[in-house]
Every structure is written in C-alpha cells, then in structure tokens.
Design a protein around this ligand. Sequence first.
Ligand code: LRH
Ligand code: MN
Ligand code: MN
Length: 424
Amino acid sequence: MRIDQQQITEVNTRNNDIHNRQMDILKQLHSGSRIEGIIGKLIEFQVALPSWALGAGGTRFGRFSYGGEPGSLEQKIEDIGLIHQLTRTAGAVSLHIPWDIPDDIPAVKELADSLDITFDAMNSNTFQDHEGAAQSYRNGSLSSVHEAAREQAVEHNREVIRIGENLGSKGLTVWLADGASFPGQYNFQTALKHTGESLKTIYAALPDDWKMLIEYKPYEPHFYSTVIQDWGTSLMLANACGEKAFTLVDLGHHLPNTNIEQIVATLMAQGKLGGFHFNDSKYGDDDLTVGSVKPYNLFLIFNELVYGMENNAENPPLSWMIDASHNIKDPLEDLIQSLEAILVAYAQALLVDREALSEAQQYSDVAQCQEILQEAYRTDVRPLLRESRLRSGGAMYPLQVYRDLEIRKKLIRERGLKVRATGL
Ligand code: LRH
Ligand code: MN
Ligand code: MN
C-alpha cells in the first residue's frame, strides 16, 4: 500500500498559516541563513529502520499483536516506505539475518529502490540457533571454547556480508550475546582472545568499502559477564581489526547514569565511532521510543555528535539506526515518534551557539555554559522539522496524517489480523 501524495499535500496546505508564522519567529530569533543551514541538514539526515521493528515486539511474558503486521520482508520494506513517504527521514533499512533473508534479491532491491530506500548495515545473528545448523550457540559463538561453533559463527558473518553485497549494503554490525551467567563459567581471557581472533577472520572477508561495526552491551541475555561489555572493549577489538572496524553505540547498552555523551566524544576524537542505535530506557536495554524518557540526555548526546561531525573529519559518516521494540504501541506510530525525537534533538544541537559556548568555556563561566546549552534545548524546533518535510514532499504532521488516513485499518484489511512478523 502507498499513500496518495495528493492527500499529504492537502493536509500540509491546511496547516500552512500557523506554520509560516512560527517560521518567521524562528528566523527573527536566529539569522535566516542559520535556519536555512539547519533545514538543509535535517532534509539530508536519514535513519535506517531495522527489519525486526515493524512487527509487535514482546517480552518473555507475552506478545500482543495489533493486526496487519508485515508477513514478509517485502511487506516490511513497504511499511518503511510508508514511514519514509510521511517523514522523508527513513530512507534505509537494516536487515537482520536470518530473520529476513531475501528470497529474491533483485526483486527486493527493486522494491526498495522504488520506495527510495537503501540497505544500511547488515546485522548478523549468532545469539540464536539457526534451523538445521550443526553447532549450537548455547555456549557462545565467536568466543566459544568450541572451535566448530566459532567457525560456524564466522561463516555466518561471511554469508551476511555476501547477502549485503548483493543488496548494496556497506556495513556489517556484529552484536554478540556471548557471555556467562555464573562466575567461573568461562575464562575471561580465553573468551576475549577467541572473540578477537574470530572478528579478525570476519574482517578479512570485509569488502574494501565496507565498515564493520562492533556493538557492546554490559549484560543481557547473560547476567554475570558479557564478552564485549563496554565501549573500551569494542574499541580495542576494532583497533586490532583495522581501519574499517568501528565501535557502535546503542543508547540502551549502558549501565544506569553512564555518561554516553562523553563516550561519543571520546570515540569521535579517535575517529572510531561508526554507528548508532537509537532507543530510550529507564532501567536497562528497554528499547523504548526514542526521546520518550530522557530527551535532555538525547540532546546532550547529539550536542557531542554535532561537534564531532563538525570537528573530527577522520571519523566516518555514521550509520544511524532505530533499535526499538514496540510492546503496546503500533510500531509505525512508534517509529514516527522516534524519528521526530531524533530530529528534534539534532536540530536543537545544531542550534547551539558553539562560538559563545567555546568562549564561555575559556572563561570557565559555568553558568553561562549551561545557559547556552539550555537556550538551544528549550527552543521549539518542530517548525524546522515541518519545514524540512514540507520541502522534501513529506507530511508536516506525519502521525496525524497516519491516523487521518487510517493506515493501520487499511493494513489490517490487506494483511489480516493474525500475521506474525519475524523478529524479536
Ligand atoms: C541487542 C541489540 C542488537 C541486536 C538487536 C536485535 O540488544 O541491540 O543490536 O541486533 O538488539
Ligand atoms: Mn542495538
Ligand atoms: Mn539492544
């Protein structure tokens, strides 16, 4: 299903008057050229949606379907197409293999092309046993004490690279569930050594124009130790692999109160921040809607990302992805909200008066430093998002249009109530 572009234009026109007034105020407060610069950056900014986030998520206690879930990879891409049509920000998909192995690669590619969607980083999966596989990952994958399990996991990653190459992807994300739930379960040093060797073997199969993104996480599914538990371990492994390997930061993969913005700054200064997974959380890896719990924190993180993008030329362009799961919301609505929160934080960070901040820092004017940051944070930048969507053919109010056009109802009619999407 596709949205009639005419319907988007109609709703946009209805909202134009108030919007123009809001834009005038922003232009009066900040220089017109600054505002134009920010709008240009917002139009460019694209975030990948993961193929596993289009279905209803769940917890180990249950899963509540809402109907009309995509039953195939093609339908997942179509859902992303809908979100992209409304927001013009979701122009990429990130596939998880084996959850979403394309049967017919040229057809999948053609569909994505027609919706203006590219293939961002591919995700390998060695945290579950694959159907018919000879080896189990029960005791780890790349870190396993069992050589055959390690080899199988390495081969799986090579296979993911091959699939990705055919789709035009340029990245491989490796997240390992490998860990221990009990003291003494494995030898820390051996597990790390095996992981480093396995990653190097995968890295050797990486095409020249690809990035390898190494994701870290302190706990879950194991609760005593995780092999790649933090950014330091990830960075160390990336450095050992080579210049195409980077650290990936997932916002939910930190212990409470970790200073994520500082981690971002440190990695970008090293030219080693390669990817980013957006979500929000209160307690752990909650995978909640981006910006729903700690929007100021998200702004502070974007503040460092913007600084890094402007000052660390050696850091590559980042792979941005939403890594959230939707328990009690329509995933498409949830993703639209997440995209909005990401762009709001990005726009606010772009609005920070960096010259004034740097000067206040020189004088150690602590109160002024805070004022400068909060001035940007407390600015309502949503008109800038609307303007950028208006210019790129999207909906000024994507969620409203999604609801007005009763898209979920139509998807249920088309696909039925009972389809179950693959994924988490
Ligand atoms: C692990 C993770 C990782 C996986 C995804 C499904 O918690 O963040 O990125 O690939 O969830
Ligand atoms: Mn993640
Ligand atoms: Mn996670």
